[in-house]
Design a protein around this ligand. Structure first.
Ligand code: PCA
Length: 323
């Protein structure tokens, strides 16, 4: 064969072989494309494409466009999609350990929440493994504060307010504060606030900023109640079929994504609080009475969580406090 014929033959083989080799992975994510978790997910996908030489080609579907947040975990478990991102505290009904990051006032800073996550990680991975899920990386949201449509100085001021919840802990907090919880995906909150389905929520400055909540709400109180995590998980059967080299490449991208996501989360905190202010909202720390009222509710929720999470939960808290 001439050199040219060999080259053409090789090119033709590559052209035929490449599509068969590239695995397409759809990756549902629940939050807006401009949110830092979603942007980080796209960077992770780029890293995996490059690191696996194009063998694994991840497409991110943001804003709950492929699956809504609440359905993403099941979609990965059952193999409807190979990979996806989910806020695991939304599944505390399945296992209380999933709510380790939403225990009020247990870990209220980035440093504390990183320690709490490290303490919970082995158990979390064990539970996920039993559900056919492999954890790739986890990134915290900024500290959670309270949004209202009026000035609020105590829990008594919250009586009867319609409150948007995003997991079990947020719904429970609403109940204990005498509010009316309604579960609404982040992707749908602008509309929920605009139409009066809800008038308040607990969330980060990031989510309020992403959803332009100043169009409906007026006050954000920095409560720093907890920092919940989003987790990127892969179906364990799919993961088992990935070559060792590609697994290493993906894990390296996951390590980078965890670090970059954390930095973005930190940077986004002040940026988005400023954004809420620019949007016209009153942003500041909660007053003393509101803080002490919330701490009481937090104490109730902490004992409820410890009760539900049993020895495993106690072990996580002990290990967190020892570090
Ligand atoms: N934003 C997400 C979860 C926590 C947060 O800060 C939400 O509000 O749905």
């Amino acid at each position: 064969m001439s050199k040219l014929t060999t080259m053409l033959a090789t090119t033709a083989m590559i052209a035929v072989a490449a599509p068969a080799l590239a695995e397409k992975w759809d990756m549902p994510m629940a939050y807006s494309a401009t949110n830092f978790h979603s942007e980080n997910g796209v960077k992770f996908a780029d890293c995996v494409r490059e690191g696996t030489g194009g063998a694994i080609d991840i497409t991110v579907h943001a804003s709950g466009s492929l699956f809504k947040g609440a359905d993403i975990k099941r979609a990965i478990q059952t193999g409807q999609v190979p990979i996806g991102e989910r806020l695991l505290s939304g599944h505390q009904n399945e296992n209380a350990i999933f709510g380790f990051d939403s225990v009020p006032f247990l870990a209220t800073s980035y440093d504390a929440s990183a320690k709490l996550f490290e303490a919970a990680k082995p158990k979390l991975e064990e539970i996920l493994a039993d559900q056919n899920l492999t954890l790739l990386y986890s990134v915290p949201w900024p500290p959670q504060g309270l949004y209202f449509k009026k000035e609020v100085n105590s829990v008594a001021d919250m009586e009867g307010v319609k409150f948007r919840s995003y997991n079990n802990a947020t719904a429970r907090l609403a109940e204990l504060a005498g509010m009316l919880p309604v579960s609404i995906e982040a992707a749908e909150i602008s509309q929920a606030f605009a139409t009066g389905v809800a008038d308040s929520m607990i969330s980060s400055g990031a989510t309020g900023y992403d959803r332009k909540v100043w169009e409906s709400l007026t006050h954000f109180y920095e409560v720093d109640a907890w920092l919940p995590y989003n987790h990127v998980m892969v179906n364990s059967d799919v993961w088992g079929g990935v070559s060792d080299d590609n697994k290493s490449a993906i894990m390296a991208c996951a390590t980078t994504a965890a670090a970059d996501g954390l930095e973005a989360s930190k940077a986004y905190t002040q940026f988005t609080l400023n954004g809420l202010r620019e949007g016209g909202m009153t942003v500041g720390p909660a007053g003393d009475k509101l803080v002490s009222d919330l701490q009481e509710i937090g104490a109730t929720m902490t004992s409820e969580w410890l009760e539900a999470a049993g020895d495993d939960g106690a072990a996580i808290v002990d290990s967190f406090k020892a570090n």
